[in-house]
Design a protein around this ligand. Structure first.
Ligand code: FAD
Length: 457
């Protein structure tokens, strides 16, 4: 009988584990609620119309088609029974439930954004984690320019042209930079009543600098690049309220300020998959404020050497009462996925003492816009065009599938020459809903149009 390994999640960690487990000695099942792996680092390019979703996603069955020992199962994981060694599944197509037994389990269900207890903000300021999130942000952003073009009241028009990004980590910086580029270059000459260059992009950050995990000189360089693009920095500033028309912030000094802005994007804070909490309570493992479960130095749950929890869901114990400082990004998830696979195989072979996981930090890269990025690669810190080229190279290298690599490379080449973005479309059910709602209510412009038509007939 083959040793059964179940992997929960086909993201960076889970997929790295699955690739490493191409071994006839084990029978692998990869479960994900989606039928594709999503390359999240380029999600903001979908939100800002540079790339289409298919170019940054790869169907899991296709990626693993040459792994005969591996099957892919599209299902929602509802829970794990660690005592009976079973994963509880909900089947999306039929709403049926089933159980999947395992001998070893690798849990890599990732994280979602967190609104720090203010969940009602989500409907006004979407976060970005899924393809749907990115398309919603794209729709809201493009719709805001359309609405501004139609708005006759200067105050309300200003609200449509104000864009607020909350959180100046890599995602917030990338989004703010891209929206500013769209307003400045891509949409130039596209409108007749507004000048998109009048748009104001504000970046709100609670820390006193952008890209807080980076060194101060790289933060300063990123800030200068953003300012050159016209982005307004609101540092050491916290968000205290968000509604449909505005965001209220508390600056470092003085009273709270309400900013009229229809488009808000949430790029602050993440919360681990709820499976982390369930696993912690089943095994007595610790859980931190971001909902991550603390695992042993070999990435397993205390008392359960057969259950690995990896990637954005975990914090790794240093074995001395503390935790490792590794960031919640793709590289640790990939390396942990490989480690979990190799360790599980070694244990099947009877190896008892396995080395603890060690993270090999290859560095970090964040891009701001055209020819503008910051890089910290093994202690070498640089910015500008060289960092941007490094960013470009790494992202093409890590993107899954030759077809996606070629598609993204050619799109970037075209955009670089033309400043254009082929994907600035307003699509989806909500777009149709918007149109329906607008038809049902009479705005001054509607009235103007109706009376003109009435005069004509
Ligand atoms: C917008 C954005 C930009 C980012 N940019 C960068 C970057 O530039 N560089 C970088 O290194 N990192 C970046 N990251 C972080 C990086 O993407 C994560 O650290 C990485 O994806 C973590 O890998 P993971 O395997 O833990 O989880 P994920 O890659 O998130 O994978 C989790 C998988 O589990 C599945 N899943 C979750 N719950 C269930 C369930 N209950 N049932 C079934 N399936 C489930 C999901 O569908 C998903 O496929 C970014 C993240 C985001 C959101």
């Amino acid at each position: 009988v083959h040793h059964r390994i179940v992997i929960i999640g086909g993201g960076f960690g889970g997929l790295a584990a699955a690739k490493e487990l191409r071994d006839p000695a084990v029978q692998v099942t990869l479960v994900d609620r989606r039928n594709f792996h999503l390359f999240q680092p380029l999600l903001y390019q979908v939100a800002t119309g540079s790339l289409s979703p298919g170019e940054i996603a790869s169907p899991l069955r296709g990626v693993l088609k040459h792994h005969p020992n591996t099957s892919v199962m599209m299902a929602e994981v509802l829970g794990v029974d660690v005592d009976r060694r079973r994963v509880i599944l909900g089947h999306q197509a039929t709403a049926a439930r089933s159980e999947l037994p395992y001998d070893s389990l690798i849990v890599a269900a990732g994280a979602r954004h967190s609104f720090f207890g203010n969940d009602r903000w989500e409907s006004f300021a979407p976060g970005m984690k899924t393809v749907e999130d990115a398309l919603q942000i794209r729709r809201r952003m493009v719709m805001a320019f359309e609405a501004a073009e139609l708005e006759t009241d200067p105050g309300r028009r200003r609200e449509w042209l104000n864009f607020v990004v909350v959180g100046a980590g890599p995602t917030g910086v990338e989004l703010a930079g891209q929206i500013a580029e769209i307003a400045r270059y891509t949409l130039r000459k596209n409108f007749r009543r507004i000048d998109p260059r009048d748009a104001s992009v504000m970046l709100v950050e609670a820390a006193d600098r952008v890209l807080p995990p980076y060194s101060p000189d790289l933060s300063a360089s990123a800030q200068r690049s953003l300012e050159r693009l016209g982005v307004t920095m609101m540092l050491a500033t916290t968000v205290v309220d968000i509604d449909a028309e505005s965001v209220t912030v508390r600056p470092p000094e003085g009273p709270a300020v309400r900013i009229g802005a229809r488009t808000k994007i949430w790029a602050a804070g993440v919360q681990a998959s709820p499976l982390a909490r369930a696993l912690a309570s089943a095994t007595g493992a610790e859980l931190d404020r971001a909902g991550r479960v603390t695992v042993e130095p070999d990435l397993t749950l205390p008392g359960h050497p057969e259950v690995f929890v990896i990637g954005d869901m975990n914090r790794v114990s240093d074995g001395r009462g503390g935790v490792q400082p590794w960031p919640g990004v793709a590289q640790p998830a990939i390396q942990e996925g490989r480690y979990a696979a190799v360790t599980a195989l070694a244990r099947i072979d009877g190896e008892r003492s396995t080395k603890p996981f060690r993270y090999d930090d290859k560095g970090s890269l964040a891009t701001i816009g055209r020819l503008s990025a910051v890089a910290d690669v093994r202690g070498a810190r640089f910015a500008g065009a060289p960092a941007w080229l490094a960013w470009l190279f790494v992202h093409i290298l890590f993107l899954i599938g030759l077809e996606n690599r070629l598609a993204v490379l050619s799109r970037w080449a075209i955009s670089f020459v033309s400043h254009g973005r082929g994907q600035l479309l307003i699509t989806g059910e909500q777009a149709a809903e918007h149109a329906g709602r607008a038809a049902a209510t009479s705005t001054p412009l509607d009235a103007e149009l109706t009376s003109t038509m009435a005069r004509r007939t």
